[in-house]
Each structure stands twice: as C-alpha cells, then as structure tokens.
Ligand binder design. Structure first.
Ligand SMILES: *[C@@H]1O[C@H](CO)[C@@H](O)[C@H](O)[C@H]1NC(C)=O
Ligand SMILES: *[C@@H]1O[C@H](CO)[C@@H](O)[C@H](O)[C@H]1NC(C)=O
Ligand SMILES: *[C@@H]1O[C@H](CO)[C@@H](O)[C@H](O)[C@H]1NC(C)=O
Ligand SMILES: *[C@@H]1O[C@H](CO)[C@@H](O)[C@H](O)[C@H]1NC(C)=O
Ligand SMILES: *[C@@H]1O[C@H](CO)[C@@H](O)[C@H](O)[C@H]1NC(C)=O
Length: 481
C-alpha cells in the first residue's frame, strides 16, 4: 500500500467513499460490490506491494557474549542483515462477516544475507552467512466502518505472522557458529521479523490508507446545477464471498438541496461473479437527477417563427393558421406566434428487464406576439411522448442516448375555437428532434460518473437492465506508477 498504494487501498477506496451515516432503513441508491474474483485480484496486488516493502526492511544487529566451544567466552555480532530476496505466495483476501476482511499469505520465504564477527581478545574471526526463512504465514484482520465524521474507516484489528523454519548457511565448516546462531539468535530473529511484517501492514493502513480516506469528498460536482452524493450509508457489509458498499447515490441541486420525496427502491442484486466489481445503480439516482434538471427549467423551451425551417408548410404566423383556425387569423392579422413549452413533471425512467424508457408530458402554450412585447395566450396544447433510452457503459462512465418515438398532440384549451392540431404535430416533432432531444442527449453524453479512483482502469464491462436498476459489471486493473 502506501504512496505506491496497493490495490487494496485503491480498489476499496475507489468504492468506500465518504459518508454521513444514513437514516437507518433507507435503501442505497448505489451499491458497489466486490466479488471473490475482485478480492482475489486485490490480494494479488497487495502481495506485490508487501513484497517490495519487505525489501526495504532494516534488521537490527544481534550481538552479545556467549560461551563458544574451543574459544570460551567471546563477543559475537551478526550485522548488515539484508533481505535480498522475498517470495510471497498464496495470498488470499476473504470477507469476514459482517464488517471485515481477512488477508492472508502462506507458504512464503525470505532470504537474508548478513555478516558475522566473533572477537576474543586479539583473536578476530569474521565471514558472511545466508538465512532462508521458510514457511512464512501472515494473517491480518481488517475492520471496515464508517466514522461519526461521516467518512469510512479501516483499521487492522489483528495481525499475526509466523515463521516455520529458519535455515542458516555459512561458508566453511563452522558448526560452532551455527550452534551460536540457533541458540542465541534464531528466536530473537524470528520475533523481529514477525513484528516487522505486522508493522509494515499496520503502517500502511494507518499512515497511507486511513489518511487517504479522510481526504475523500462526500459529494462530486456533475455540472453547474447538479452534484452527486456518494456518501456511505452504513459500514461496508461482508458476506461469504462478497463485499457490498452501500452508497446514497442521490443527485441533488447544488443551489438548493432539498429532501427527496421518494425512496430508493429495494434492489435484489443478481448472483454474478464473473467480474471483479459490480455497480447497481437504482432509478433513484436517475430520477433525482431528473428532478434537479426539471426544477431549474432545463426542459423549458420556446419556439418562434425564425426557428421554423424555411421549407415548413406551417409557420408560426396567424396567416399560416388561416385555413384551419380562421378565428385566430381574423382576431390577430399578420401576427407572429410563439410556443412556450414546459415538461409538466420531472420525467422518470422506467427500468424493466432489458429495456429503459421514459414518458414525458409537455404543455405548450401558444401566444400571439403583440406590439410592445405583449404576449397574449391563445391556445394550449398537451403533448405526450414516449422515449426509449439507450445506454452505454465504457471505461469510466455510463452515457445515455434518447431515441424519440412518435408524439401525440391534443388541444387542451383554446380562445380561438377548436381546430385540428395535426399540422402542428409535424412542427413540434421537428423542433423536438432537432433541438430538445439533442440538448438532452448532450447532457446524457456527459455521463454518470462512477465512484472510481485514480489509477483504477476498468475493462470487460457488461451492462444489464433489471427492474428498477442498472447492473454494471467490470474487471479492474490497478496501474502502478
Ligand atoms: C418553466 O416553464 C414553466 C411554465 O412556463 C414556468 O412556470 C417555470 O417557471 C419555468 N421554469 C424556469 C426555471 O424557467
Ligand atoms: C415575425 O417573425 C419573423 C421571423 O421569422 C420576422 O422576420 C418578422 O419581422 C416578425 N413579424 C412581426 C410582425 O414581428
Ligand atoms: C424493449 O423495447 C423494444 C422497443 O421498444 C421492444 O421491441 C422490446 O420488445 C423490448 N424488450 C423487452 C425485453 O421488453
Ligand atoms: C406511451 O406508452 C404507453 C405504454 O406503452 C402507451 O399507453 C401510450 O399510448 C404511449 N404514448 C405515446 C405518445 O406513444
Ligand atoms: C467513453 O465515452 C466517452 C463519452 O461518450 C467518450 O468520450 C470516450 O472516448 C469513451 N471511451 C472509450 C474508451 O470508449
């Protein structure tokens, strides 16, 4: 871990974003799930990091006086001990119900090179030696939680390491030196090494991982209007093979955040393990976004005659309405009209297996443009439209695209008599296809950002649409610097 932060730091961090402990009982809008496959990958990456950190360990000098065969009492020193190779194998990371993780390494070995010195009055002997430390096992429990400050936390709740065997090689026939090592040094050496290993792990968590968690923002800006709340709703939940992180997943107005009047639905996540990480994003995230954009009038529009294409057989002038709405032309001769459109309520997305759609109800008020910028309302239309939504998920974002379907137009109210609105339908379709949908599609193309961290790359993404939520699966790759 550390500045060369391992995958555990990054992957967990990527997902364990900050938190305000949520109202109990509320459902998350977004769940990030790390599967057994993901945990396996993290364990593998962690091993590489630990291995490189072990190379930097400095071991103390072991010295003292001992009674040595043939020499009698002499002073000895084992010094310049260096870990010169290190093979960590058999790593595993498993969930520990209900809020923990268990990291283990087994069957590993380390080779240490060093020098020895023995002195008795003017007699000085020295040489070098090799130690192979075999059968190293490391076992670490990590406790995951959320802090009162609202941020996630991770702590080492226990760490133990064990060395099965220490083998010493010395050049020459120095049986007495071997004995000296076994009797005077070996147990101290084991203890030192065992505690160094746990110290590396403890330090990585307290000095690298935990402080990093403290700097994570709870929210992320999406644009000038909207932000997304990725706060943790509770401590991450571990079950037999997965780790689930429940996030709020609410999109809110940056100007004025107000409580949302509906709850996130319960999501029943499929049992899938073919990818390392899954994200379940409920309709709550999309519908809270819709509320925000609706409230700022993002979907309000107005159409004037200059926006009508020259080829159109209907223009927004009273003259053009003469044939099918004679009263309008009579009351307001040679006058321009304007259509003021608004989406009646925030359109919600309907998630059904395999399909995503939305229905919008619009209201359009037509006014004649009188001198001095006076607008006189003349009739009101109701417009209903269904749209299907296409989604794509590429490396970092989910982007959407609206595919409009036919619209239905009805005359709701008129001060100029009843008339057939079919001609206007063509005009409205033209406007929606060329102006409103492209505007919304531009916004959708900016995408929905996933709570990911730097240096995490996604590959092999899959996307499924389930009732009330999207389910994204992906493998991850940690980019070492
Ligand atoms: C959008 O249009 C409706 C109807 O004309 C209006 O009531 C509302 O204030 C508009 N919203 C904004 C933010 O302009
Ligand atoms: C009506 O709109 C057109 C633009 O399409 C403009 O050229 C014309 O001057 C307007 N007419 C009046 C009476 O404002
Ligand atoms: C999804 O929508 C398309 C187009 O609206 C439709 O043809 C298809 O049958 C739908 N699929 C499902 C699984 O409902
Ligand atoms: C939209 O879809 C609903 C349900 O399929 C249908 O009842 C309605 O008529 C459709 N509206 C339009 C404008 O196509
Ligand atoms: C992902 O989508 C964004 C937005 O559509 C696009 O700019 C980017 O090139 C895409 N990336 C990949 C790897 O396809």
């Amino acid at each position: 871990m550390g500045t060369s932060a391992g995958a555990l730091s990054s992957l967990l961090l990527g997902i364990l974003l900050t938190s305000t402990p949520g109202a109990l009982g509320a459902n998350p809008g977004l769940v990030a799930r790390i599967t057994d496959k993901g945990l396996e990958y993290v364990a593998q990456e962690e091993l590489v990091t630990l291995q490189s950190k072990l190379h930097d360990v400095t071991l103390p000098v072991f010295s003292g006086d001992a009674k040595i065969k043939y020499l009698g009492n002499a002073h000895y020193e084992f010094h310049s001990l260096n870990i010169h190779s290190c093979e960590l194998l058999g790593s595993a990371l498993k969930p520990l119900p209900s809020h923990g993780l268990h990291f283990s390494i087994s069957d590993s070995f380390i080779r240490v090179k060093g020098k020895w010195k023995v002195r008795k009055r003017i007699l000085k002997l020295d040489g070098s030696f090799d130690v192979t430390v075999k059968g190293i096992t490391i076992s670490v429990n990590l406790l995951l939680g959320s802090e009162p400050s609202g941020r996630p936390k991770v702590a080492v709740s226990s760490c133990s390491s064990d060395i099965r065997d220490v083998e010493v090689h010395m050049s020459g026939d120095l049986g007495w030196l071997l004995n000296l090592f076994h009797h005077q040094i070996e147990s101290k050496f084991r203890r030192v090494l065992e505690s160094k290993i746990c110290k590396i792990i403890q330090d990585s968590v307290t000095s690298d991982l935990q402080p990093y968690l403290q700097t994570l923002p709870v929210t992320m800006e999406m644009d000038t209007f909207a932000g997304i709340d990725y706060s943790l709703m509770e401590a991450p939940q571990a079950t037999a093979e997965i780790l689930d992180v429940m996030l709020k997943g609410e999109i809110f107005s940056r100007d004025h955040r107000s409580p949302v009047a509906f709850l996130a639905p319960v999501m029943s996540l499929p049992e899938e393990h073919s990818r390392m990480v899954y994200f379940a994003i409920s309709n709550y995230a999309f519908n809270t976004a819709s509320l925000v954009y609706h409230k700022v009038g993002y979907l309000n529009f107005s159409i004037t005659d200059d926006m009508v294409p020259p080829t159109s057989n209907i223009r927004l002038t009273t003259k053009s309405f003469r044939a099918f709405c004679p009263r309008l032309a009579r009351l307001y001769p040679n006058t321009n009209l304007t259509l003021q459109g608004t989406v009646v309520s925030a359109p919600f997305l309907n998630f059904s297996p395999g399909n995503l759609s939305s229905a919008a109800q619009m209201e359009i008020e037509a006014s004649v443009l009188l001198p001095n910028s006076v607008k006189e309302p003349v009739f009101r239309l109701g417009v209903a439209t269904n749209v299907s939504v296409m989604l794509t998920f590429n490396t970092s974002k989910i982007t959407g695209f609206l595919k409009p379907e036919k619209i239905q137009v009805e005359l709701k109210e008129s001060k100029v008599g009843v008339f057939n609105v079919e001609l206007l339908e063509a005009l409205l379709n033209y406007y929606l296809l060329n102006t409103l949908y492209p505007k919304v599609n531009d916004k959708l193309a900016e995408g929905f950002p996933l709570p990911l961290l730097k240096r995490i790359q996604l590959y092999d993404p899959v996307l499924q649409i389930h009732k009330d939520f999207l389910f994204l699966g992906t493998n991850v790759r940690y980019l070492r610097v």
